[in-house]
Design a protein around this ligand. Sequence first.
Ligand SMILES: [Zn+2]
Length: 218
Amino acid sequence: MSQGLRLVLFGPPGAGKGTQAQLLKDWLKVPHISSGDLFRHHLRQGTPLGLEAKGYMNKGELVPDSVTIDIVLDKVLSISDDEGFILDGFPRNPHQANELEKALVGNSRNVDKVVHIHVSQPELLRRLGGRLVCRGCQAPSSLGEGEDIGSKKCSQCGGELYQREDDNPEAVKRRIEIYREETEPVLGFYRERGVLVDIPGDNTVDEVNKQVISAIAP
Ligand SMILES: [Zn+2]
């Protein structure tokens, strides 16, 4: 029996991981696991993990790694051995990568491929500056050429869109810095395991998609 591909989409905030995952999931016929969506799901449903996370958030504290790891592993381990997945937004540091590997290998096998979408700093700043979120359902959106925030509505629920506090230029720079310091070392972890592929990500969505597909095609 053929096994579904276990793929991690990796890259800085603004690299387009979520967009690429959407494009790939129909082609690969495997589920897309977005750590951000999972997190919002647990918060909305008030699951034990969601309540635990909320407890920290209400105190203005960062949600600890252990809770994030539990949320993602809970989902990843619900997927059968033969089924694949596309994971995006996780792992964000080498500890998370290690925990993911331990859980997967204990169950069956580790991830098959990690696609690193590399995007230059100026392009990231440009993209993240135009990023919007829905006030209603929290779905991400972005301003296209010639669009303005006042007239654009959420494509999921028609809700009002706004720019998050952490998408202002200073906060964006800080998030990219955190990515470079804490998340980028994960590349070394996967490079050692021989599963890492680098893709230039400054191009259009379609162009990047073609390159991702040729990188993961058997
Ligand atoms: Zn919405």
